[in-house]
Design a protein around this ligand. Structure first.
Ligand SMILES: NC(=O)c1ccc[n+]([C@@H]2O[C@H](COP(=O)([O-])OP(=O)(O)OC[C@H]3O[C@@H](n4cnc5c(N)ncnc54)[C@H](O)[C@@H]3O)[C@@H](O)[C@H]2O)c1
Length: 378
């Protein structure tokens, strides 16, 4: 049942992995919104939407490993944003609270208690705020099938550092807090989604659609609409940030590569021949966060005659990702507050490589349409 409110509310974004490239860029964007909104507002898809959550009333808080340093140190370390842009905001960013990640010697219940305690502390500092968790932890190897909380406790006892995501996600859901899963990590197990539904909290994921997969989706949708048949698509990504380094571990990359690969046939609705759709990710330090993606697209038209296209995309991973994280957190806050959605929100497909939920829209135009429809209800 949709509820109506008249008062505005601050929004607190809780970030698991706040000292990462995206997390620290998000901290800068949030602080810049207060005094220089023109640097951030135009790049948000929710700019002008959701007046109940004024952008200048957005706060970020989070967790990271003990050696991550404060978000200002992290921002400098990642080198995503030039000093000339970020230096004026460093004192405020350095003051953003960061909690230490639960250590690997805690069992599941102890780790949950730690994170839930941190959430209570944040809530007592922002008693009137809406709160949303965003998962920005590193890509992890796919977890085994874990059917319930008891099985998770047993598995976690043996592998506490392997998949920390679930501690943050479960603590948030049990605290009645919506969840955004920007990572490729499979946190949306059935029993976790069921628990979110019971708690009345919306969730969305998985794997932010920021660069290459974003334009692949737009182009594949357009080529399909024009009845131009895709016969091959070769995609290469080079990036030199910590995410790129981590993705050199094949187990950590497997989820992301699957998400980047499966999307093409889902959009086209027909199979591309074996070995004719390839996606590679390569760690190449000189690029830093300024990732580059190359695509060779082969397709045919009238009489089956072949044509081809090349793309050289020079993006910036965290510059693309941070505003999407803010948009997603705002969506979750609005849907939670109105009671419009609980459990997985498939309308968030626009933002994700692997959209989850009931019947998520597949083509780019359908994704825009469903988002616009939801914004009229929210
Ligand atoms: N940048 C993009 O365009 C993009 C797109 C889609 C998905 N993603 C995903 O977003 C996630 C974040 O990306 P990033 O570039 O910020 O990565 P990153 O490696 O820079 O940041 C991850 C952060 O998590 C911290 N961390 C590790 N274990 C932790 C724990 N147990 N508790 C708390 N913090 C912990 C790390 O110290 C680090 O600061 C990755 O999973 C990435 O694959 C990124």
């Amino acid at each position: 049942m949709k509820q109506h409110f008249s008062s505005t509310q601050p929004l607190v974004i809780l970030v698991a992995g706040i000292g990462g490239a995206i997390g620290s860029t998000l901290c800068l964007a949030v602080e810049a919104l207060r005094s220089s909104p023109e640097l951030v507002r135009p790049y948000l898809t929710t700019n002008g939407l959701f007046p109940d959550f004024p952008l200048a009333d957005t706060f970020v808080v989070g967790w990271d490993l003990p050696d991550a340093g404060d978000p200002a140190a992290a921002l400098r370390r990642h080198g995503v944003v030039p000093e000339a842009i970020h230096e004026a905001f460093l004192p405020q960013i350095a003051a953003i609270p960061v909690f230490e990640a639960p250590s690997a010697d805690l069992d599941l219940n102890q780790a949950l208690k730690r994170v839930s305690g941190d959430i209570q502390t944040i809530r007592s500092r922002h008693p009137n705020a809406a709160v949303v968790l965003v998962n920005l932890l590193p890509a992890a190897p796919p977890p085994p099938s874990i059917p319930d909380r008891n099985a998770l406790a047993a598995w976690y006892a043996a592998h506490p550092a392997l998949f920390p995501d679930l501690v943050y996600v479960l603590a948030a859901i049990e605290s009645g807090i919506p969840v955004v899963n920007f990572t490729p990590n499979g946190v949306e197990m059935d029993w976790i989604v069921d628990r979110a539904v019971q708690q009345g909290v919306p969730m969305c994921g998985r794997d932010g659609k920021t660069g290459q997969t974003f334009y692949k989706q737009v182009l594949a949708s357009a080529w399909k609409a024009r009845k131009l048949r895709i016969t091959g698509w070769y995609s290469l990504n080079i990036l030199g940030n910590a995410d790129g380094a981590n993705l050199m571990n094949p187990a950590c990359a497997s989820g992301k590569l699957a998400n980047k690969t499966e999307i093409l046939e889902e959009i086209l609705g027909y199979p591309v021949l074996p070995d004719c759709h390839k996606v590679h990710i390569d760690y190449y330090p000189p690029r830093g966060d300024a990732k580059e993606a190359w695509d060779v697209i082969d397709f045919e038209g009238l009489f089956g005659l072949p044509m081809s296209m090349r793309i050289d995309f020079q993006g910036r991973d965290s510059i693309l990702a941070a505003p999407m994280v803010m948009d997603l957190a705002r969506w979750m806050a609005v849907l939670h507050r109105s009671g419009e959605r609980k459990g997985l929100v498939s309308e968030m497909a626009f933002f994700f490589k692997k959209p989850l939920g009931a019947d998520p829209p597949v083509s780019f135009s359908d994704q825009l349409l469903r988002l616009a429809e939801l914004s009229r209800k929210a």
